[in-house]
Design a protein around this ligand. Sequence first.
Ligand code: HEM
Length: 492
Amino acid sequence: MEALTLVLLPFLFLVVWILSTGKSLCVRNSITPKTYPVIGCLLSFYTNRNRLLDWYTELLTESRSGTVIINRLAARRTVVTANPSNVEYILKTNFDNYPKGKPFTEILGDFLGGGIFNVDGKLWVKQRRLATHDFTPRSLREYVDVLRNEVEDELLSFLDAAAQDYQPFDLQELLRRFTFNIVCIVFLGIDRCSLNPSSPVSEFDRAFQTAAAVSAGRGSAPLSFVWKLKRLVGFGSEKDLRHAVQKVHSCVNEIIRDKKINTKSDFLSRLIVAGESDEAVRDMVISVVMAGRDTTSAVTTRLFSLISSHKTTECELVNEIRSVKDITGGFDYESLKKLSLLKACLCEVMRLYPPVPWDSKHALTDDRLPDGTPVRAGDRVTYFPYGMGRMEELWGKDLDEFKPNRWFESYDHKTRVLKKVNPFKFPVFQAGPRVCLGEEMAYLQMKYVVASMLHRFQFEPIGMDKPVFVPMLTAHMAGGMRVRVSRRDGSR
Ligand code: HEM
C-alpha cells in the first residue's frame, strides 16, 4: 500500500500543479483558450471535441482581433482566424508562405492522392490550368443544358411521384444523389444512379462516402498518432478506408479504360487526350468529384429547412421565380442570372452554414499576421468561414437571424441590387489564387434546383426541431431532413 502511495503521490502532485497553473493567455490581440503546462489546452479541446465549430466561434468572439491560438499536447500549434485582413494575407498577399502543406495532404493523401485538392506548387498550378477549361462561360451554358435534362426528367419526376404518395422521404439524401449524378455526368461522362433515397446507392457512391467520412475523421481526431497507428495495423475505420479507396480506384480506373475507347467532350476525355498518366487522371477526377459532390446539396437542403420557418421569404422567392420567365421547359442561363433574391438566400444560408466551415494552410516560414499574431514555421493556420459568419463586427447585431435582405445594396419588390461583398470577409468559396473553381457552377446548380422545386412544390419538414450541423469534409445536417412534399397548385 505504502509503495503504491509513493508511486501515486508525485503523479497526483503533477496533475494538481498542471491544473492549478492553467490560464488564458493573450498574445497581442489574439487569445488562447485555458492552457496548462505540458498538455496545453488538451482538456478544453477534448471537452469541446463534438462542438469545435461553436467553441472556436466563442473564443473568436472574445478575442479583440478575431484570432485564437490553440496549443495542445501532440498537435501542432494552430492559429484560427476570423479576421478578414488576416484571411486576405494568408490566401492572397502572402499566398506562397501558406500552402496546404504535408500535414494536410497526409490526412487526405490515401483518398485524394495527387489530385488538385491535395497538392501545392507546380503540381497544383498544372492541374488548375487543366481544370480551368471546364469552367469557362461556354462550359457553364452547356452545364445549364445538363441541369435542365436532369432536373426536368429525373428530379421533378421523383417529386411528382412523392407528392402523389405523400410519403415522407429524406430531402438531403435526394439532393445529395442528384449532385453526385450531375458531377458524374459532367466530369466523368457516366450514367446516373437512382435518385430514390430509399434505394441502395451505387458501389462507387458508397465507397466515396466512406472514404470521405473516414478521412474527415482523421482531420478532427484529438491525437493524430491514433489514426496513424490504426492505419499501420489495418484496424477499424482505417481498414474501411483502405477498402473504400481500393473500390473508388477500381471504379475510376474502369471508367478511364472505357473512356479511352470512346473519348467525348467531357472533362475526363480532355485529361486523357492531354496525355496525363492514368494515376494522375484518376487522382484529378477523384478530387473534382469530391469538390462538386455534396457541397451544393448541403446548402440547398439547409435553404429548404430555413424557409420552412420563414414563410414570407418563401412567398417572395416563389414570386421572383415566376416573374423571371414562363418556366415551362426549364430555365436558361440568362433567367437564372436574374434570380437575385434566390442568390441572396443562398449567400445567407452559406454565411450561417458554410459547406466548408474551416480550411487550413501550413506556414513555411516564421511570419506575423496583419493583426500582430506571430506565426511560426510549421504552424497550422486556419481561416474559419463558420465563425466569420457569426462575428458581430462583420454582420451586425442581427447576425443570428436569417435575413437575405442584408445582401442587397437597396431593395424593393422590383429592383434588388446585390452588394459586392469582400471575398475575404465571406470566404465560403475560399478566395485569392486558389478560390473554388466551381463557384459559378455551384450557384447555377443551386438556383436551378431550388427554383424548379419551389415553383412547383411545397415541402413540410417532419420532426425537425434544431437540425445539427456536422463538419465532415463537407458539412451537412445530421440525420438528413425528412419531408413530405405536395404540389403548390393543390393537385395530386
Ligand atoms: C456551394 C458549393 C461550393 C462551395 C461552398 C465550395 C467551396 C470550396 C472551397 C472552400 C474550396 C477550397 C478548398 C481547399 O483548398 O481546401 C474549393 C475548392 C475547389 N472547388 Fe469548390 N465549392 C463548391 C462547389 C464546387 C463545385 C460544384 C465544383 C465543381 C466541380 C467545385 C470545384 C472546386 C475545385 C476544383 C476546387 C479546387 C481549387 C484549387 O485548389 O485550386 N466546387 N471549393
